[in-house]
Design a binder for this molecule. Structure first.
Ligand code: CP
Ligand code: NVA
Length: 305
């Protein structure tokens, strides 16, 4: 199905599981070193307004491994920086490229890119959503646990982009999710509402609480993200204070299910949102999670292109 992937809410449960199946097959084939031509003759732009280690590298690597080509487009090198409207830039991208992976500050930018370019736009993170991350992450849960339906994920931290997409993907997958966040940093009510309406169809239970302990009771997965997101550097001092208790550590793991695993979208700040002991410990599946971003990127591109 050709189209943009701006948030996970456009997906159906069936499509999500089709993508998971595709990721599994492509992971197998890519690991075998098979020559793949899924993206043969496709030229895909990689437009980033913010730094990235994993999303950029995993997408570029996946595109090259699937027979496509990439053009890296840092915004500082584009005329957008000198005031060219996003509409005009998007029209050019529509003429030159087959698709674009974009990491932006404002979610409206990926909407505009999609509307004016007419080519598939893959959201590589906006202030509102990080859908490719959540798809890859819940694929990792499926891979590790053998199932996702009925399992519980506890998200500890800021209720922003990564949390929003996890809510949506968990809802689609029938996986329960409890968010623990400090007052003022809870998920966007409109996104929570949308995720809840999906959850009502799939049997997932979603909730938001303040206490990390309460959220983690019986959880099969503990998940966290940075306390200070890109673009929030000025709020750093305040946020470090507010989020102090929102750390995944061995004490929090004791509250979770016996076989609970720990995930982090990365980059991690050891000693803040997660301890060194936990991220490097036996319950951590963080490195498998990060590795799967490349296979996830492949499956997502295959689906949307
Ligand atoms: N998790 C993630 O999106 O990492 P990067 O910021 O390095 O791309
Ligand atoms: N919430 C983080 C995610 C980083 C992958 C941010 O927006 O910076």
């Amino acid at each position: 199905m050709a189209g943009s992937f701006l948030t996970a809410q456009g997906l159906s449960s069936e499509q999500l599981f089709e993508i998971f199946d595709r990721i599994k097959i492509l992971k197998h084939d890519m690991k075998q070193g098979k020559t793949l031509d899924v993206l043969q003759n496709k030229v895909i732009g990689i437009l980033f307004e913010k730094p990235s280690t994993r999303t950029r590298t995993s997408f570029e690597s996946a595109i090259l491994r699937l027979g496509g080509s990439t053009i890296y487009l840092p915004v500082a090198d584009l005329q957008i920086k000198r005031g060219e409207p996003i509409e005009d830039t998007s029209r050019m991208f529509g003429s030159y490229l087959d698709a674009l992976v974009a990491r932006v500050f404002e979610h409206q930018t990926v909407i505009d890119l999609s509307q004016y370019s007419g080519i598939p736009i893959i959201n590589g993170l906006s202030d509102l959503a990080h859908p490719t991350q959540a798809v890859c992450d819940i694929f990792t849960v499926l891979e590790v646990k053998g199932q996702v339906k009925g399992l519980k994920l506890a998200y500890i931290g800021d209720g922003n982009n990564v949390c929003h997409s996890l809510l949506m993907v968990c809802a689609l997958a029938g996986m329960h999710m409890t968010v623990a966040c400090p007052e003022g940093y809870c998920p966007d009510p409109a996104i929570l509402h949308k995720a809840e309406s999906i959850a009502a169809q799939t049997g997932a239970q979603l909730s938001v609480v303040e206490s990390p302990d309460e959220a983690s009771v019986g959880a099969h997965v503990l998940y966290t993200d940075v306390w200070v997101s890109m673009g929030e550097e000025e709020e750093e001092k305040t946020k470090l204070e507010i989020f102090k208790g929102y750390q995944i550590n061995v004490d929090l793991l004791k509250v979770a299910a016996e076989d609970a695993h720990v995930m982090h979208c990365l980059p991690a700040h050891r000693g803040l949102e997660i301890t060194d002991e936990v991220i490097e410990g036996p319950r951590s599946i963080v490195w498998q999670q990060a590795e799967n971003k490349m296979y996830g990127a492949a499956g997502i591109l295959d689906h949307f292109l």
